[in-house]
Design a protein around this ligand. Sequence first.
Ligand code: PLP
Length: 393
Amino acid sequence: MRVYLDHAATTPLDEEVLQKMMPYFTEKFGNTHSQHSYGKETAIAVDKARKQVADALNCSPNEIYFTGSGTESDNWAIKGAAFARRDKGKHIIVSAIEHHAIINSAKWLSNNGFDVTYLPVDKYGVIKLDELKKAIRPDTVLVSVMLANNEVGTIEPIKEVVEICHAKGILVHSDCVQAVGAVEIDLKDLGVDLASVSAHKFYGPKGVGALYIKNGIKIDKLIVGGGQERMQRGGTTNTPAIVGMGEAIEKAVREMQKNNAYIKELRDYFVKRVTEEIHYVTYNGHPTDRLPSNANFSFEFIEGEGILMLLDLGGVAVSSGSACSSGTLDPSHVLLAMGVDIVLAHGSLRFSFGKHNTKEEIDYTVDLLKKTVERLRKMSPLFTLKEGEIKNV
Ligand code: PLP
């Protein structure tokens, strides 16, 4: 059996979405900026997709700018906003549990004359609003806090962040990449100035994202070139991907309630079985305010990488941290920021569920996980020591 439980890393492209994209790879290939009919038909398709994205997020189409990824949207938001406001101040605040697209953009800014404060979180991964108030300085120009965390799924109090920051004239960016199709996003209601999304997290194609820039907010360009995206982002428009993003977001929002109810039931069943049937496990993240698709566990005495590899041999795909950091063996910066002990953080795995998963797959995974954890613990000197302690009591 092959079981895919890594939907936070990426989702499979929806079949209906693919069909809508197909003509734009072949017969409808025109450059959206060409003056002739070939260009006009693709420009119309991109306009439709922009409206689909805007409707899904409750904003105006002219506030949506297509990009090449969630990572690009994050880089553009952070660097573009900081540089546009550098005459006002050079201090930015980002949460300590942001995706590396934000963390490394902030690091880049600190190497280029800006000051960065990393906002602490509590044991559930929720940012501390009183620490935000304390961190704000007269020269703070931007705050970035994600709507939902990609590793532990915790949902952040963005409206409160906006209230605190706007009272001081500070811009707010939110990385909403993990939240689309999982939680309702109403950008007008949230009140953020900038927001990032990425199509491949909601059954759309890879390599396309969008940045919401609220009307009236000016940020510097990241990619300069031709006059695409209303002069804000150069590069020939990726029409098939944008068409796919529009169709995927419309479908994700339309089916959100149904999919979430189904996915949450699978996730809750998985969590119940794991916590009841495996000893020495910790369920990381917020008990309730979290993405319905996410379950993150720490398994004591063993390494997450070891479990991951054995699960993979058994056909089950999971993640030992964010996909982007899995090239390294560093423990998750998210779990460390939540105060998880470094050894325990090494024993952590993220399971993220999707609309195609089944109960049979969950049962297969838990059975394999139980055997895997037992097998690795038998080889673990730490576990042998613990067993000895228990026997001697
Ligand atoms: N932000 C978050 C919270 C993510 O989870 C990801 C992807 O894992 C990204 C940004 C980057 O998006 P993309 O893969 O489209 O570059």
